[in-house]
Design a protein around this ligand. Structure first.
Ligand code: GDP
Length: 195
């Protein structure tokens, strides 16, 4: 019941997240991939995750509470050109550490614009998750931006590429605009939250 999601805290660093208990699912993606929109769509809230037109604005980790023992983690968007290299490297280190060490983390949703999937940083992230035995759900976002033919083609191509990661990497279409893929996403999350 994602409508119940409430904002719990913003963490500047992965080390200051709430205690590592219960179950959490993290959302990650390049800036502008449609992550805030997807979180708002999932939780049926207009502005739970701030949808920003300015890429890279959300540098904090936002934690949303579903129940006392269930959380959604909104990781900062990556791949924004204007972030200094040192900051990027520090972020990448702490992100891979989070994926590796966080016990309550049971699944990772990686959002990618259907028109620009599997960029280098997306691939890095998926590799880290697979190496940590973390199941991954790839969301091809803004699916409404393509007509049915190209949409299906993109899904097929990314599904094939997903196999090469040699882990539990599932792919689906998603659109916050048309709500395509919302039931599918909810089902996937339910498997992580209610194993
Ligand atoms: P974030 O940076 O990953 O949080 O991305 P946002 O959710 O802020 O979305 C970035 C831009 O893409 C905004 O202009 C959104 O309105 C737009 N957008 C997000 N989701 C969709 C979608 O499903 N369909 C369409 N057409 N546009 C979307």
């Amino acid at each position: 019941n994602y409508q119940q999601a409430t904002f719990l805290t913003s963490a500047p660093d992965i080390r200051v997240l709430p205690p590592d208990e219960g179950i959490e699912v993290a959302f990650a993606g390049r800036s502008n991939a449609g992550k805030s929109s997807a979180l708002n769509t999932l939780t049926r809230q207009k502005s739970l995750a701030r949808t920003s037109k300015t890429p890279g604005r959300t540098q904090l980790i936002n934690v949303f509470q579903l129940t006392e023992q269930q959380r959604l983690i909104d990781l900062p968007g990556y791949g924004f050109a204007k972030v200094p290299l040192a900051v990027k490297e520090k972020w990448q280190r702490s992100l891979s550490e989070y994926l590796e060490k966080r016990v309550s983390l049971k699944g990772l949703v990686v959002l990618m614009d259907i028109r620009h999937p599997l960029k280098d940083l997306d691939q890095d992230l998926i590799h880290w998750a697979v190496a940590s035995k973390l199941p991954v759900r790839l969301l091809l976002t803004k699916a409404d931006k393509l007509s049915p033919g190209p949409r299906k083609k993109a899904l097929l191509e990314v599904s094939e590429a997903a196999l090469a990661f040699m882990g539990d990497v599932q792919v689906q279409l998603f659109s916050s605009l048309s709500k395509q893929g919302l039931p599918e996403l909810e089902q996937a999350l339910a498997q992580w939250f209610y194993p």
